[in-house]
Design a protein around this ligand. Structure first.
Ligand SMILES: Nc1ncnc2c1ncn2[C@@H]1O[C@H](COP(=O)(O)OP(=O)(O)OP(=O)(O)O)[C@@H](O)[C@H]1O
Length: 251
């Protein structure tokens, strides 16, 4: 069964056709990678899934419900969480505070400061925040300010902020961008471990090592549309992919 279905989506920015008749079907519990050269339309598509952009035409369905017209926080409340290309964290808060904010927002439907004032009394939320920080390997830094983290650790913190919301669908926009090979491999292992919880994941990624380590299905985008979709082994050998994605070089 598909968790996410994108049908015939088009998006034009003042003459630039960023998305052309895009179709995508993401199986429940799978890791589905979206790859393609710069400007192919990957981020635009992701933005249409999370309510940051409204497609001109087409549909985006999540577990049978249309996401079109819903605001980002409403889509988040349905169980869709996103890790951004540039980590969106609260630099002046500690790590544990960073994780508590989305946990409270998820529980209450929106963030309110009243809940924050009484946070000491809410042991369950504190415990959960710490357990998620443990899971992503950041528990030792829990009382440091988020600004002090390395780039790789900021991305792990953002992942923890998503996981604490128990998402059904996790959207990862270049989760290893800018990371060292060691950090990238640690993130691959972490994402595999998270996979054991059965969360469906969509990964946009330029690093083919990450894509082929994680994905069960790959959609290749070029010039605003999906040109090929299939299992990693089929994608690797597809001449259209070689041509469109790497100008003929081998994946
Ligand atoms: N807000 C916008 N206004 C105008 N054009 C835009 C806007 N957002 C994206 N575009 C254009 O739409 C096309 C698709 O861009 P998009 O960022 O979705 O590609 P991408 O595949 O995510 O690229 P990258 O891998 O570099 O992130 C590009 O031509 C881009 O310049």
């Amino acid at each position: 069964m598909a968790t996410l279905e994108v049908r015939d989506v088009n998006k034009n920015f003042g003459g630039v056709q960023a998305l052309r008749d895009v179709n995508l079907s993401v199986d429940a519990g799978s890791v589905h990678a979206i790859i393609g050269p710069n400007g192919a339309g990957k981020s635009t598509l992701l933005n249409c899934m999370v309510g940051r952009l409204l497609p001109d035409t087409g549909s985006v369905m999540f577990n049978g419900q249309s996401l079109l017209g819903l605001r980002p926080h409403e889509i988040n409340q349905l169980g869709v969480a996103r890790v951004f290309q540039t980590p969106e964290i609260f630099p002046d808060l500690t790590l544990v505070e960073n994780v508590i904010v989305p946990a409270l927002a998820k529980r209450d439907g929106a963030f309110n400061f009243h809940a924050w004032e009484r946070i000491d009394a809410q042991k369950d939320i504190m415990d959960e925040a710490e357990s998620v920080l443990e899971e992503v390997g950041l528990i030792k830094f829990k009382d440091l300010s988020a600004a002090s983290l390395s780039r790789g650790d900021k991305r792990r913190l953002e992942l923890a902020m998503c996981l604490v919301q128990h998402p059904k669908l996790l959207l990862l926009d270049e989760p290893t961008a800018g990371m060292s090979r060691a950090d990238t491999n640690a993130t691959i292992d972490l994402l595999k471990r998270i996979g054991e919880r059965g969360i469906t994941k969509i990964v946009i990624e330029h690093d083919m090592h990450v894509v082929f380590s994680l994905a069960q299905k790959i959609s290749v985008m070029a010039q605003g549309t999906v040109i090929v979709e299939g299992e990693p082994t089929a994608i690797k050998g597809d001449p259209k992919v070689q041509e469109a994605y790497l100008g003929g070089a081998h994946l």
